[in-house]
Design a protein around this ligand. Structure first.
Ligand SMILES: Nc1ncnc2c1ncn2[C@@H]1O[C@H](COP(=O)(O)OP(=O)(O)OP(=O)(O)O)[C@@H](O)[C@H]1O
Length: 990
């Protein structure tokens, strides 16, 4: 037992006895006066004690000996608490005395007439039991106070003792303990390490014995109380977290100037060790590599191992735990391979952790923390281990210092023990070469950077000097250098020049630029169009009479209103009616049928209110409808600068309406059969033929009904013959998706945000690329295809509708089935501009334009147009194009150039792999001969040669496929390029 503890025990007993005597004398002398002065208080105390008796009594308690058991438990706890704190030993006699006092107190209250013999002995017989009970009570209070005083005193003495034991610590306690007061400084689990116990993750103390061998102990362990004073680790509070360095992708180099080293190291947690291990001030620059030859190789293997493990586990270094000795060994192996040095120390490390006795190897499986790694690294201390340096060549001072320095001492703020002091007292520089220890993230970044660098290196793909292409746009001086094209993979089929990708002409080897220049499209003449008689917008007496009759009808239904305006349109006349105050708009709306009845009109549509007016519009069909000729509306397309101008018709007020599909940006047309959809679609297509060349706008037409749009077959605007099959439709739409992606890449290459900006850049910067034409995909009766393809079509259409606007791909979908399964929510949400022709029900109208009204339309081109900018539908009478007119326009367009269709391979079915050859030619790699053999087999199979088909079948890049076809031509197997058609097979291979 320690002297201090003995002293305290004696002190406590003395104090206790003295206190008790003092209290007794005071109260014995003042008892009479107390009871006289405070009878009520004494009575109150007596009552409280009486109520407490059953709970604390030993013998009289109704609960038997439970209080005794509680006391025993309390003692047990005290024994445990004070096991390692000898200074608190006085608690045992103190508590015993208190228990006896308590017992006496209880006795006094329970037996007011009888004085306990013990009390008689202490207090004498001159006192009655009442007085004696008060004395006992006060004695108990004094004992409690004494307990508190002694506790505080003990604590103070312990603090003082620690400070004496560890003069370096200003706190008198380890900083770790201060930081983690909730965790008592003791180990949870221990495992044997030789003769020492190593805590897993708790506070660890590293010590060196007289032989320089390191030992471990947990904080406060008695077993090591007599061990040499613990080594003191440097203050780690300023060290940045290791994982923060890792995240930055950079491990800061650090330079240290060793200071006079203290004899002890401060106790530290494993995470703190690793934090400090990998931390360093960044202000210092590392010395040049030549000054520290081999420093990179000779740097800490264990640190490398630690990093390697952390990297493998994807964790921050500080929190990495190694669970298997094999893992650790593997990490060390990796480090060793990378370094090619420190073999001896590594083997020492292995011996340390792997070459243990069987009993200890079981503990090994519990895992190592990086603290273990660090500790092992310490074993490289000169003099402790042979780390292979004996045979090393002479080292530079810095290198020598580095190798002599323990790994744990690397951080700049760290101090080493005197044993670790380098032989050279001169300032020593420790260097960790940054480049040899890149963390995972850093490697990833490096890879990305390398990739970017690789991409950034442009390889000229198209040299205008070797091309027959003519400059595009306003470029006049071909001699001027053109901007270098962004390179792409030579084997890629990505076309950076063509306005449209995957054209058969460019696939056939023709320059896209050259091919486009063949087109000299002249717009059709308006003379091809029929002129319809001028419609009479005159408001005659008949119409006025109709207006009066309308007001009268309203009045009959108690709706006071006045006629304020009449607008006569081509199909309907709108009577603008102002309602009297207090009349509800709905009152008029509900009278639509009555008005129609009274006016003998077929349908009456009521617009309540007219947007922007304090009036209700009542649209009554004209007795005689006017036809809006397409010719009449041609000038409307020139009124504004439209990218894709299209005429729709005329409003009620006679205003011509033309839209820009590029802004719309997609259009949904729906209406029941005979409502005028096909005529509308024709006028949209003819608008393009009249105002846009194939260089500006290209078309993909889909017509499942076959008879509606096939009339356009052969016009130069077409990208493919009019599609009539669902299967081909999906392929065409897939092409659009691919083209959309290609275009986005093109836009990105020039930093353009949309097709307009891209085309403008080509012109202003005179870049040798084709301008991107707009692509308009028109699908008539898309309900048929939708029902066949279902979700596939919906998905593609939605994606296109959502994303293709910027790259100039626009959709026009027409259907005569305005049902929910055709015009789905997804399609509707992606196509805000819609045209509703006459439908049979209000529900259908709602499906198309989200409100009723289309059921009141009159058919034959009578439409409600809802644009993306104005959700209130406006009534328009569509333009009329007769079949003859359409035929004439298409015929004329056909004379203006050959269509440059997409490669037919796009629309071909995916053929099953040929089994006849037994050759998996599709995976022929770089074997040119085998590739040619397989290509010839395919060509013979098909009786024609197409580069893109070969590309698909052989799963090779387009350029390679085109080369194969050219070689076939040279060898005489296939004929020359044949426009958009595949090359002819001339002879069979031998
Ligand atoms: N704008 C118009 N002006 C005058 N008449 C028109 C107009 N639009 C259509 N019509 C008339 O309506 C008829 C039907 O038009 P259209 O063929 O376009 O209807 P649809 O909705 O396509 O019918 P379906 O779905 O059965 O093909 C046409 O033959 C034409 O006579």
């Amino acid at each position: 037992m320690k002297k201090g503890a003995l002293f305290l025990i004696i002190l406590s007993l003395v104090l206790m006895v003295a206190g008790g005597l003092l209290a007794a004398s005071i109260f014995v002398s003042g008892l009479t006066s107390f009871t006289a002065f405070a009878p009520k208080l004494s009575a109150f105390i007596a009552s409280v004690l009486s109520s407490l008796i059953p709970a604390v009594s030993f013998s009289d308690s109704p609960v038997g000996l439970y209080p005794l058991a509680i006391l025993a438990i309390g003692w047990g706890v005290l024994v445990l608490v004070c096991r390692k704190k000898p200074l608190y030993i006085w608690v045992f006699p103190m508590s015993t005395v208190m228990a006896v006092t308590l017992y006496l107190l209880v006795w006094s209250v329970r037996h007011p007439q009888v004085l306990h013999p013990l009390l008689q002995l202490i207090l004498g017989t001159g006192m009655d039991s009442r007085e004696s009970s008060l004395v006992v009570l006060l004695a108990f209070i004094i004992e409690v106070l004494l307990l508190m005083v002694l506790t505080l005193l003990s604590r103070m003495i312990m603090h003082r003792k620690k400070r004496v034991a560890n003069p370096d610590s200003p706190q008198g306690e380890s900083s770790v303990q201060k930081q983690h007061p909730a965790k008592p400084a003791k180990t949870k689990k221990k495992r044997r390490h030789g003769t020492n116990e190593i805590p897993d993750e708790a506070t660890v103390t590293f010590r060196l014995d007289e032989n320089g061998k390191e030992t471990y102990s947990s904080m406060g362990s008695r077993e090591h109380d007599d061990a040499p004073a613990p080594l003191v680790f440097p203050d780690l509070s300023s060290a940045p977290r290791a994982d923060s360095l890792i995240k930055n992708g950079r491990t800061a180099p650090y330079v240290e100037t060793p200071e006079p080293l203290p004899a002890r190291r401060k106790v530290s947690r494993a995470s703190d060790i690793t934090d400090a291990l990998f931390s360093a001030p960044t202000s210092h620059e590392p010395p040049p590599q030549e000054e520290v030859p081999g420093a990179g190789k000779k740097r800490s293997t264990f640190m490398e191992a630690a990093l390697s493990i952390a990297e493998h586990k994807g964790q921050p270094v500080a929190s990495t735990k190694i669970f298997h000795s094999g893992q650790l060994a593997a990490a060390v192996d990796r480090s060793q391979k990378g370094q090619g040095g420190s073999t001896a120390s590594l083997s020492g490390f292995r011996n340390k952790y792997q070459g243990r006795s069987p009993s200890s190897s079981a503990d090994v499986s519990k895992g190592f923390t990086l603290a273990d790694v660090v500790t092992a690294a310490e074993s490289r201390v000169p003099g402790n281990h042979d780390d292979g340096r004996k045979n090393s060549p002479p080292m530079s001072s810095a290198q020598s210092s580095w190798q002599q320095a323990p790994v744990g001492a690397i951080p700049s703020t760290r101090r080493s023990s005197s044993e670790f002091k380098p032989a050279d007292p001169a300032p020593v520089t420790y260097v960790i070469p940054v480049e040899t220890m890149p963390p995972t993230e850093y490697k990833v970044e490096q890879k990305i950077e390398q990739k970017i660098e690789q991409r950034a290196e442009p390889a000229p793909m198209w040299d205008y000097r070797h091309s027959t292409a003519q400059p595009i746009g306003d470029a006049e001086n071909i001699g001027d250098p053109l901007p270098v094209e962004v390179a792409h993979d030579g084997d890629s089929d990505e076309d950076m020049v063509s306005g449209i990708g995957w054209l058969s002409s460019s696939n056939a080897g023709n320059s896209a630029l050259y091919n486009r220049s063949k087109l000299m499209y002249q717009f059709p003449s308006p003379s091809l169009l029929t002129t319809y008689p001028e419609q009479a917008n005159v408001i005659d007496d008949t119409i006025r009479a109709q207006g009066e009759q309308l007001i009268e009808t309203l009045r009959q239904f108690k709706v006071e209103a006045s006629l304020i305006n009449i607008a006569k349109g081509p199909t309907v006349t709108m009577f603008e009616v102002a309602l009297a105050p207090g009349i509800r708009v709905n009152a008029v709306m509900n009278l639509a049928d009555n008005i129609a009845l009274n006016l003998a009109a077929r349908q009456v549509r009521i617009q309540a209110p007219i947007p922007g007016k304090q009036a209700v519009g009542i649209e009554v069909p004209n007795k005689k409808r006017d036809t809006i000729g397409f010719k009449e509306l041609l000038p409307a397309m020139d009124a504004q600068e439209f990218a894709i101008p299209m005429v729709l018709g005329k409003t009620i007020t006679g205003r011509p309406v033309a839209i820009d599909l590029a802004a719309t940006p997609h259009l949904l047309i729906a209406g029941s059969t005979g409502s005028g959809k096909s005529v509308c679609v024709n006028s949209l297509i003819c608008s393009l033929l009249y105002r846009r060349t194939p260089k500006q706008v290209r078309l993909i037409l889909v017509d499942p009904k076959v008879v509606e749009l096939t009339i356009y077959n052969g016009i130069p605007h077409l990208l493919t013959p009019v599609i009539t099959e669902a299967k081909k439709t999906i392929k065409a739409l897939n092409f659009c998706l691919a083209e959309m992606e290609r275009r986005y890449r093109l836009l990105q290459s020039l930093g353009a945000r949309n097709i307009k900006a891209y085309n403008k850049k080509l012109q202003t910067e005179r870049i040798a690329r084709e301008k991107l034409p707009y692509i308009v995909v028109i699908i008539d009766e898309f309900a048929d295809i939708m029902l066949t393809l279902g979700k596939d079509l919906e998905g593609i259409l939605s994606r296109l509708a959502a994303m293709s606007r910027a790259v100039g791909i626009h959709l026009v979908l027409a259907t005569q089935r305005p049902s929910m399964d055709v015009i789905t929510g997804t399609i509707k949400s992606n196509i805000p501009s819609r045209i509703a022709f006459a439908v049979t029900s209000n529900t259908n109208s709602r499906i198309i334009i989200d409100e009723g009204g289309a059921e009141k339309l009159l058919g034959k081109g009578d439409m409600l147009y809802m644009s993306n900018t104005d959700p209130i539908p406006s009534r328009i009478q569509g333009t009329f194009l007769s079949d003859e007119e359409v035929e004439a326009i298409a015929s004329y367009a056909r004379t203006q150039g050959e269509p440059d269709y997409l490669d037919e391979a796009i629309f071909e079915d995916d053929e099953p792999e040929s089994t006849s050859s037994g050759d998996s030619g599709e995976d022929l790699g770089d074997d040119d001969e085998a590739m040619m053999r397989r290509a010839l087999e395919i060509v013979v199979e098909r009786k024609c040669a197409s580069a893109s088909f070969l590309q698909r079948r052989l799963k090779i890049g387009y350029n390679r496929a085109a080369r194969l076809v050219e070689e076939m031509e040279e060898m005489g197997y296939v004929g020359p390029a044949n426009g958009s058609k595949p090359r002819e097979l001339l002879r069979y291979p031998d």
